[in-house]
Design a protein around this ligand. Sequence first.
Ligand code: FHN
Length: 449
Amino acid sequence: MKATSFLAVTALAAMLSCAPPAQAETQAENDARMGWFREARFGMFIHWGLYAVPAGEWNGKKFDGGVEWIQCFAKIPTAEYTPLIEKFNPQRYDADAWVRLAKDAGMKYIVITSKHHDGFCLWDSAQTDWDVGATPYKEDLLKPLAEACAKHGIRLCFYHSIMDWHHPEWGDKAPWRGNCATAKPDMDKFTAYLKAQLDELLAYKPGILWFDGEWEAAWTHERGVDLYNYLRAKSPSLIINNRVDKGRDGMAGFNTGSQFKGDYCTPEQEIPASGLPGVDWESCMTMNNTWGYSAHDQAWKSTAMLVRNLIDIASKGGNYLLNVGPTAEGLIPGPSIERLQGIAAWMKVNGEAIHGTTASPFPTAPAWGRCTTRRQPDGTTRLYLHVFNWPADGRLVVTGLTKEARTASLLAKPGEALKLTSGADSLTIAVPAQAPDPIATVIVLEVNR
Ligand code: FHN
């Protein structure tokens, strides 16, 4: 091999396998980069793709759970799955309506599946024809969403699966795929494809790249570190979740060691018993039992449960990423809209008790509900007492306060002071006989420094 070609090969190998480490950032730099995410507390997850066409059923068999996995659940060889592309034509897609629905619900960011495990891309990628450009719809689905997010002040973010059942060089050779071109998949080739597509997605200026599908052996810690460094070097303000690397402890979602990359941890379908001081995290959850649209999954959680999940998560210092799975026509399901509108009604009154707050000062959750905290510019502290279980005797007893209480009022009625009575180790707040809000009534308690 000639010297020049050897150097060329070496350089390519270096690009493929090891980007320079992202510059270590100071705490102040990290705070600046993560600031909007911490303030947001609430985002919309959107799982949308070809899997919305079968909508949980294949050859007359219904599947439960995450039906975005239907190609795997029904063991559909790529050759039989590919024709779905001719049926994906979301003529009723209205990106602006989706963004307004999210914004009204108090969601500050949207994470949409640019590519899920089946490899199908929601934008017209130059790297493949397995994308929306080859559907009857033809148009880029991400562009109108980016425009609507910019118009409404919502951060657009992308979920991007590392695992890719469609790409012949993806290293997990599941037999049902029937499309592995080579006896030994070339993961360097696959990684180059992955990076080239991510370069395309960076052009939309996403706030977060939300990786997933990192668990297969084909993806390694070394590749995860390289990809994190590659992306941060290209987009210094980008936030990347911990599923870019191999440190996640399953659905609990927290990293098992500091050597693993990722700016925040990702519990899935669960809320941790408590947050971890100094660790950013986000619980992603569904409204029913599937991420992608299912025509038969009607196991919808109540609006009250969804609001209380949001409060519980915020009281532990985390974010709530709540999922919708649009239909193949481009419609968010009615039950999802109904719940988002119910959340919007609660957030319209109580949003300040969620956005920009930090975790509860209490070591454990009080029997009456949850608490979120806001440090005031004057050094005082505002505690938001989210009361789930309203006291029948009109006396809300708060224990564990370490600061002197000054005033209390219903968040919905700031001008009406509530009577406070301090005891030896508790504070009693005189409250109305009936709970003003059956889902959660917020009392604002101003305390000293
Ligand atoms: O396999 C995916 C699943 O389809 C879905 O995208 C969730 C959402 O985070 N993540 C994986 C399951 O852990």
